[in-house]
Design a protein around this ligand. Structure first.
Ligand code: GDP
Length: 607
């Protein structure tokens, strides 16, 4: 997946160029020439510009530059070898012309280039298949964990093999391929289930119900208690519900609490030692100790030097890594703290604390600030003015909280007077449609049609085993015809390595062109979520078969209430993709949906 390869002379003449898509790479190559090659910076032969990584090799004898560019999100293990091999081939093939000082002419290099590329790709595959060595203790140390190390390389095999299940398109024909690798029983059973469910609906309905179950149901109808404090709610987990059996008693206290923009993660001022606010509600408070004790040694009458700060900054780095911050980000944060403190005289402990807090906040705000602002309410309003529904697709692995947080977002939209159509496109997981049906009923009970003069949320469902992309398309059409403001597409959970399912997701996004694709990841799994995010993004780019693929636009970080102060994954996710964390899930009620705020993250980091 190379985007560009170019061979040019230091004098600026392009000898040969392969460009897979369009002219959009020129600014990046120009930037490389300006800021690296012309300045004769040696050492690092990798240069990042916008979303691209450029790697180059210089041939000083013939004064040539070989440049390859690829999406920064990709981890191509063969690029070094490839640059070397192409360099040698090109020199060998055209040495006569080059010796003659000819930098112009017909360099018909395509066939040779393709052959070298193919050879290198095969080499990379064979390298990836080599048995893995057992890690040494040093290798497994947490401090070695960099952002790059969190992402597995493309083509690398994992211990757990995923099963190849045919794309959802073929599932509609009622056929499921035999799994290629048999050890993934869960995926295999899922495929069988999908096949079973693919039978006509009538059959499913006719299936005899256990008389015992029937009896039990009559005896004990479940009542969904929305009453009581929000925290007492039995949770939004409807994944195993029989919605028709529940009576609804909506808690009107929830209504009206989510109007306007999503609120920031709350900050507990009582806990803060200084006059400043902060602290995420999620992480549990610990009053004693805290990170500041590390800096006690810096208080004194002398100006701070890099040398005197080193041990303290090392401790700060370890502290951040312990909070799940990736090592390279921790380094960057420590560097910025060091730079800010150097030369200062910190007479009191208070001044140390204040300086460090403000430096960390500044750096984190920079990392956590999205490149692009996502304003869903504004965009949805805009779509409404254009007479079309605003479409959001939710993707992620199973169990991360896609459906639950989709329902929370739905509640927030309704609170802001947007009508919503939920498209039940998880056609795999048993109970997924019922779960959404239950949410729909509860959301409508909280915001009854009589109050709004229209039904605020509807469910578009077509059962199981069907083509998800097709259902999404029908749902969008229905919403458009019925003047519904927003469509929320719930997709089936899938592992990031499951290629057929990732291809099906790319298809769903390609054919339906949602306004926003949100990746749902749970904060609970820490840096595993980073790996998932990177691979989802990469798969969407790889399988979309367009030059301008629609990848992930934003992140929903769920279960933030369960991670104590280990907020590092949140930082890594934004740092790596540059995409914003649009929503943070902080619990299991409809109002437990927040926006990330750097102050809250800093506070959690400093505990
Ligand atoms: P899906 O398979 O991705 O659709 O996941 P579900 O929406 O079914 O959620 C899986 C579980 O996570 C359920 O028990 C939810 O109640 C729970 N859950 C979802 N979001 C949150 C959250 O923000 N905090 C907590 N504590 N639990 C959550």
């Amino acid at each position: 997946m190379l985007d560009l390869f170019s061979i040019f002379s230091k004098g600026g003449i392009v000898l040969w160029c392969f460009q897979s898509t369009s002219e959009i790479f020129s600014p990046s190559v120009n930037a490389l020439i300006r800021s690296v090659i012309l300045q004769e910076r040696s050492g690092n032969t990798t240069y990042n510009h916008n979303s691209l990584t450029l790697q180059y090799k210089l041939d000083n004898e013939f004064e040539l530059v070989f440049v390859v560019a690829y999406q920064r999100i990709l981890q191509l293990s063969y690029v070094d070898k490839f640059l070397n091999d192409v360099h040698l081939e090109f020199r060998d093939k055209y040495k006569n012309e080059l010796q003659g000082g000819q930098h112009m002419g017909d360099f018909d290099f395509k066939a040779c280039f393709d052959a070298v590329l193919k050879g290198c790709e095969q080499w990379a595959k064979s390298q990836a298949k080599l048995p893995k060595q057992m890690r040494t203790f040093e290798d497994s140390q947490k401090s070695k964990k960099t952002v790059a190390s969190m992402i597995e390389r493309k083509g690398e095999e994992k211990g757990k093999k995923s099963v190849k299940i045919v794309e959802s398109k073929s599932l509609t024909n009622g056929k499921v391929e035999e799994p290629e690798i048999e050890d993934d029983l869960i995926a295999a059973s899922r495929a069988k289930l999908a096949q079973k469910l693919n039978k006509p609906k009538k059959d499913v309905k006719k299936s005899p119900k256990s008389p015992v179950a029937e009896k039990e149901r009559v005896k004990k109808p479940r009542v969904w208690e929305l009453g009581g404090g929000a925290r007492d709610l039995p949770s939004l987990d409807f994944s195993t519900d029989k919605p028709q059996d529940r009576a609804i008693n909506p808690d009107t206290q929830l209504v009206g609490r989510m109007t306007g923009a999503i609120r920031d993660l709350e900050v507990d001022s009582s806990e803060s030692s200084s006059d400043e606010e902060e602290v995420a509600t999620a992480p549990s408070p610990k009053k004693t100790g805290g990170m500041f004790s590390i800096f006690k040694g810096l208080v004194g009458a002398k100006a701070l030097s890099a040398e005197s700060m080193r041990p303290v900054l090392d401790k700060l780095r370890d502290h951040l890594i312990a909070k799940n911050v990736a090592a390279d980000i921790a380094n960057k944060l420590c560097e910025s703290v060091g730079a800010k403190l150097e030369g200062k005289v910190l007479g009191t402990f208070d001044s140390v604390a204040k300086t460090i807090k403000s430096t960390l906040t500044e750096s984190l705000v920079q990392i956590l600030s999205p490149r692009r602002r996502v304003d869903i309410l504004r965009d949805a309003m805009h779509a409404k003015q254009e007479g079309r529904p605003y479409v959001m697709a939710f993707c992620g692995v199973n169990g991360v909280g896609k459906s639950t947080n989709l329902a929370k977002i739905c509640f927030w939209l309704i609170e802001n007077d947007m009508s919503v159509l939920i498209a039940a496109c998880d056609t795999f997981r048993a109970g997924a449609v019922e779960q959404l049906r239950t949410h729909t009923r509860h959301l409508n009970a909280l915001h009854p049609a009589e109050r709004h003069n229209r039904t605020m949320v509807q469910l578009y469902e077509k059962g199981y085993g069907k083509d998800a992309a097709g259902i999404a398309m029908e749902a969008i059409r229905y919403a458009s015809d019925s003047k519904i403001d927003v469509v929320l597409i719930d997709t089936a959970g899938r592992m990031q390595d499951n290629e057929p399912l990732m291809r099906a997701l790319a298809k769903l996004i390609k054919v339906n062109e949602p306004d926003t694709v949100l990746f749902v990841g749970e904060a609970l799994v820490g840096n595993e979520a980073v790996d998932q995010l990177v691979k989802f993004n990469q798969a969407l780019a790889d399988h979309s078969s367009t030059s301008n693929p629609h990848t992930i636009d934003g992140i929903v970080l769920t279960k933030f209430d369960t991670i104590d102060d280990k907020v590092g994954a949140a930082i890594s996710m934004t740092y790596i993709t540059g995409q914003p964390i649009v929503f943070v899930g902080t619990g299991q009620t409809y109002t437990d949906l927040k926006a990330l705020n750097a102050n809250a993250v800093v506070h959690a980091l400093m505990k």
